[in-house]
Design a protein around this ligand. Structure first.
Ligand code: ADP
Length: 359
């Protein structure tokens, strides 16, 4: 098991594109780290620099405290699982899992024992004689993971390993990956664009956008304490609601609405008089009806989506839109005028210009 240090890591591709800017992170032994962000934000590039598949343009990368920038992929003792499983179609599951060890000339008996052990962890014991084409997508991905975990490596790197699976298989495989991590205890870095995967798997999440790290934290920290509008909107489903308004005499004006601020929030925006701020709240933190001591807003129902355990209610108030998550038994009617309440402690405020949180 290894610990990793990334210090001011940058990637500038030969065509001049600056894909990763000053990436800083210390990864502890056994930690499960997830890089998350929209497509093109630099997640894979960072992972590939860690794997040794891509040069580091500048900055220091260390494995167990030892500089690793110039080490080749093998020397780094990392194993990578790609989104395309890259299995050998003409080889059985056994041979696919054993491949790396066979190449290294490991003793056959040792290989057999290790493959069987790995297959047992992954629930593949009954499939060892099959060819990849006779497996489901989830089983193929397990073989690919097996091939990675059979080698004794310090770090596992996974690049969108679930993206070729259907929704149901993804959920199953997600919990299997969590189990595998628990049983191997291996340091893992996992890349995904899916915030649910990030939230459910990670010890810590690194949120990226346009090549810049936005925030690093536990799922709890990112959900409850986002540093900016981007992180607040990226983590959580449905996303946080954002209403832009102007601070005017201790109140926020948006459209025709004026929302008087309580003392606590008022003091947070005292330097923003006349400026634009973003008033924000999560769909799941509202209550239907007028709750005293909470912020009360009026809106019209545009659409409702019944999801089983909850209903998403899409509402509009003038130019502003929001999504509210409510109990299906309380689902309002289309076009109904409703009042909903947001507890003071569930309100987030962001600077309208920099989009950074106002504390
Ligand atoms: P992600 O994994 O977050 O989707 P990538 O790390 O693959 O993003 O890519 C980050 C950015 O770098 C993208 O804008 C991509 O187009 C660019 N990029 C990736 N590979 C190369 C390359 N070989 N040359 C130039 N630009 C690249």
């Amino acid at each position: 098991m290894a610990y990793l240090t990334l210090k001011n890591i940058n990637k500038i591709y030969p065509n001049g594109y600056h894909a990763v800017h000053n990436f800083n992170l210390e990864i502890e032994k056994g930690e499960f780290i997830v890089f998350v962000g929209p497509s093109g934000c630099g997640k894979s590039t960072t992972l590939r620099m860690i794997a040794g598949l891509e040069d580091i343009s500048n900055g220091d990368f260390m494995i167990n405290g030892k500089r690793a920038n110039e080490m080749g992929p093998r020397e780094r003792e990392v194993a990578m699982v790609f989104q395309s499983y890259a299995l050998y179609p003409q080889m059985t599951v056994f041979d696919n899992i054993a491949f790396g060890l066979t190449l290294q000339g490991v003793d056959e008996e040792v290989i057999e024992e290790k493959v069987k052990h790995t297959a047992a962890i992954l629930g593949l014991t009954d499939y060892l004689d099959r060819l990849p084409r006779a497996l489901s997508g989830g089983q193929r991905q397990r073989v690919a993971i097996g091939r990675a975990i059979i080698r004794k490596v310090g770090v596992f790197l996974m690049d969108e390993p679930l993206s070729n699976l259907d929704a149901k298989q993804r959920v199953t495989m997600r919990s299997e990956i969590a189990q595998i991590h628990k049983s191997t205890g291996a340091t893992t870095i996992y890349v995904t664009h899916d915030q649910t995967e990030a939230m459910t798997l990670a010890d810590r999440i690194v949120v990226m956008k346009d090549g810049y790290v936005q925030q690093i934290g536990t799922p709890y920290e990112l959900y409850y304490d986002p540093v900016n509008v981007f992180v607040a909107g990226f983590i959580g489903e449905p996303p946080m609601n954002f209403i832009r308004g102007k601070v005017t005499g201790g109140a926020i004006k948006f459209g025709d609405n004026v929302l008087a601020l309580d003392k606590k929030l008022g003091s947070r925006v005292k330097d923003f008089e006349g400026k634009e701020i973003v008033f924000a709240f999560r769909p799941e933190h509202i209550e239907l009806g007028a709750v005293s001591g909470a912020y009360q807003l009026q809106a019209e129902v545009e659409l409702t989506e019944m999801l089983g355990d909850n209903t998403n209610v899409y509402v509009t108030a003038g130019e502003d839109k929001a999504i509210l998550k409510v109990d299906p038994h309380d689902t309002p009617e289309m076009e109904e005028q409703i009042t909903f309440s947001i507890p003071v402690e569930s309100v987030y405020l962001f600077d309208g210009e920099t989009e950074m949180v106002i504390k």
